[in-house]
Ligand binder design. Structure first.
Ligand code: PLP
Length: 390
């Protein structure tokens, strides 16, 4: 067993990021400015999006997209129970009603068939989440949206550098929100990016900085003016140049990061494939996976221990893990407000009880990968349910 604890998802920053931050600190411009603009352009280019707007989180991107699209009280927005609370909280923030629809058994992504059943005359948008980095069935969601005049807002917190039908996530023109939180595939500490059409991004740009018609960089530069107008009661969601300078470095390294993630995935697949007790993640459809998470599922009737005990044993083996996610409808706010019961979304609920996210990040060494594999194999071996011969 390894001697030190293997952190589930440490950030990978090097001297490039340190140097870039110092350069920005010495530049006399700390908040939204030239570095942020550069990061936006380079990120939009990377995901082949018509435009990018850097924000202080993915949550801010989802929230401001809803506001800019005029979604509010009386409207319904359909999303998945298998996500982080932020994807659903933002729907509450604008006063609309979140409507959950169950997930697909294999990908655990929002199921287009369940979404169709959930549509009402009040439905205005769908927020699918590219869970673990596996793109959702975008073709189905875009078709549904067209038929019912809805907007698809993609939660791409897990999906930077994923592709659907050869097109990067973010590249279709749907409003798409990315996260640069410390555990995500690339980080700025905290941060996010909204991609979409220039028209939408222009509205969100104003909303993301107090609703002011002109931002500080324009106002305080030479030739700028002290004059501004507040055209909407906006938010304080802008990214700083300090964050953007980290983002520019991370973006440069992203392909390398992704390559390493895939190597770890291949090693996990090769070593864990023979374990009957474990179901490995699928890759289905015309997609390229971003491999944010490697989510295994414990098969029922194979082990003496449940998921929680399996997680405890991995911790005892010094392996950091996580569970993605406690379904939205099981959190007390949503449970109480909408009267949900666990089995209202049976696929989400049943799979929630089986999932474990193994460490998957580019800072993992060969030894780290081997340690995880050995721990999983060991725990399975020690806890196999002996089947009585017929
Ligand atoms: C991390 C995450 C978010 C929130 O991202 P922030 O940048 O922290 O706001 C939203 N949705 C999903 C699925 C996430 O995993």
């Amino acid at each position: 067993m390894r001697g030190s604890f293997l952190q589930f998802s440490p950030p990978l920053v090097g001297s490039e990021e340190v140097d870039a931050v110092i350069e920005t600190l010495k530049s006399n411009w700390l908040t939204t400015g030239p570095k942020t603009r550069q990061f936006e352009q380079q990120f939009a280019e990377y995901v082949q999006a018509p435009g990018g707007l850097a924000l202080n989180s993915c949550t801010a991107g989802l929230h401001t997209a809803l506001v800019a699209l005029g979604i509010g009280p009386g409207d319904e927005v359909i999303t998945t129970p298998i996500t982080f609370a932020a994807s659903v909280n933002v729907i509450e923030h604008v006063g609309a009603m979140p409507v959950l629809a169950d997930v697909e058994q294999d990908t655990l992504n929002l199921d287009p068939a369940r979404v169709r059943e959930a549509i009402t005359p009040r439905t205005k948008a769908i927020i699918p989440v590219h869970y673990a980095g596996h793109p959702v069935n975008l073709q189905a969601f875009n078709t549904i949206a067209e038929e019912h005049s809805l907007v698809v807002i993609e939660d791409a917190a897990h999906a930077v550098s994923a592709k659907y039908e050869g097109i990067p996530i973010g590249g279709t023109g749907n409003p798409t929100a990315f996260s640069f939180y410390a555990t995500k595939n690339m980080t700025t500490g905290e941060g996010g990016m909204l991609t979409g059409t220039p028209e939408l991004l222009e509205r969100v740009r104003i909303l993301s900085l107090h609703g002011m018609s002109c931002e500080a960089w324009g106002r305080y530069g030479k030739g700028g003016s002290w004059k501004y107008d507040v055209v909407a009661p906006g938010f304080k969601y802008n990214m700083t140049d300090i964050q953007a300078s980290i983002g520019i470095c991370q973006l440069r390294k992203l392909s390398e990061f992704q390559q390493r993630r895939r190597q770890v995935v291949d090693a996990y697949r090769a070593a864990l494939a023979e374990l009957d007790a474990i179901q490995l993640p699928v890759e289905r459809g015309p997609i390229e996976h971003a491999w944010h998470l490697f989510v295994i599922r414990l098969r029922e009737g194979q082990l003496k221990i449940n998921r929680d005990q399996f997680v405890e044993q991995l911790t005892a083996h010094n392996i950091g893990t996580s569970v993605h996610f406690i379904p939205i409808h099981m959190h007390s706010f949503y449970r109480k407000k909408y009267g949900y019961r666990p089995n209202d979304f049976p696929v989400a609920y049943q799979n929630y009880q089986q999932v474990i996210s193994l460490p998957l990040n580019p800072s993992m060494s060969e030894q780290d990968v081997t340690d995880v594999i050995e721990a999983v194999c060991d725990i399975v071996k020690q806890n196999r349910l002996c089947k009585v011969a017929a």
